[in-house]
Design a protein around this ligand. Structure first.
Ligand SMILES: Nc1ncnc2c1ncn2[C@@H]1O[C@H](COP(=O)(O)OP(=O)(O)OP(=O)(O)O)[C@@H](O)[C@H]1O
Length: 260
């Protein structure tokens, strides 16, 4: 497998605090790679640098060999690296289908003026967006709730909608921020299946930050472990579970929800 994303010597400093220090790893095409670590280890900061929501202090992130760090986030999203959020930025007053339609504007062919004046391209876009929203919601098993208001959805469906919105922009890499947070066991297992099918059936490479260790161990091909901004380990789930530095990092922290 070839490297799709390369994190190269990435450091992030906030004043005197080093949130990430000289981080290096590759993400292969079609891989599910999780980034774990105790609270404050630097996971979210790393995700923000990969999606260019914050610049690196030093080092760079490459996508297919091209530098993507320190570009504008929407440029990185257009290239196919798309981040979903813990607190979904879904417009709660919209229905599920409307949210997925609106999300597709990121890859619209028509100009904004075209939408305003109702150009032919804009009309074609709107029809295509609706069709693609229906296809995506069907794929995600969400057709039955397509006309529900997002504000009425339970946690599990809301997370699935976050993924649908991410997929609406046709990503090559999806960065999932705590996709299992706040879910019960059944919801978590459903989400594990859903994320796997996004990878298997739509060819999307997945990176995720997550605290739910059983879910991480189940879903990941590989895991990168951060502690105090440093990468302390990288490997398969079984390698990580048996890694002394990782065990020590978790046992030495106040984060008692490791479940390993
Ligand atoms: N914008 C910021 N300004 C200053 N310090 C920050 C900023 N963002 C993060 N930090 C600090 O950087 C360190 C890493 O934070 P980060 O949020 O990346 O950790 P995390 O591993 O995602 O934590 P958690 O699991 O609790 O979400 C922390 O010490 C945090 O306080």
């Amino acid at each position: 497998m070839s490297a799709l994303l390369q994190v190269k010597n990435v450091t992030k400093k906030y004043g005197g605090l080093t949130a990430n220090n000289d981080i290096n790893f590759d993400v292969s095409e079609n891989e599910i790679l999780s980034v774990i670590g105790p609270n404050g280890a630097g996971k979210s900061t790393l995700f923000k640098m990969i999606s260019s929501f914050t610049p690196t202090t030093t080092g760079e992130v490459l996508y297919r060999g091209e530098r993507i760090s320190n570009l504008k986030p929407h440029i990185v999203a257009r290239k196919g690296i798309v981040r979903t959020f813990q607190e979904t930025t879904i417009f709660k007053s919209m229905t599920v289908r409307e949210s997925v339609v609106v999300a597709q504007h990121l890859r619209a062919k028509a100009s904004l003026a075209g939408y305003f004046w109702g150009s032919k391209t804009a009309r074609e876009d709107v029809t295509a967006f609706g069709q693609y929203a229906d296809e995506l919601l069907d794929f995600l098993g969400m057709s039955a709730i397509s006309n529900e208001l997002a504000s009425n959805l339970p946690q599990g469906n809301l997370r699935a909608l976050g993924i649908a919105i991410g997929l609406a922009t046709d990503p090559k890499v999806l960065l999932l921020d705590e996709p299992f947070a706040g879910m019960n066991h059944d919801e978590t297992m459903n989400m594990v299946d859903l994320v796997r099918s996004v990878r298997d059936e739509r060819g999307v490479t997945i990176m995720l930050v997550e605290h739910d260790m059983p879910a991480v161990m189940t879903i990941s091909d590989r895991i990168v472990v951060l502690n105090f901004g440093e990468k302390i380990a990288e490997g398969t789930p079984s390698e990580i579970q048996n890694n002394e530095k990782v065990i020590e990092a978790y046992l030495g922290s106040v984060d008692d929800e490791i479940g390993m």
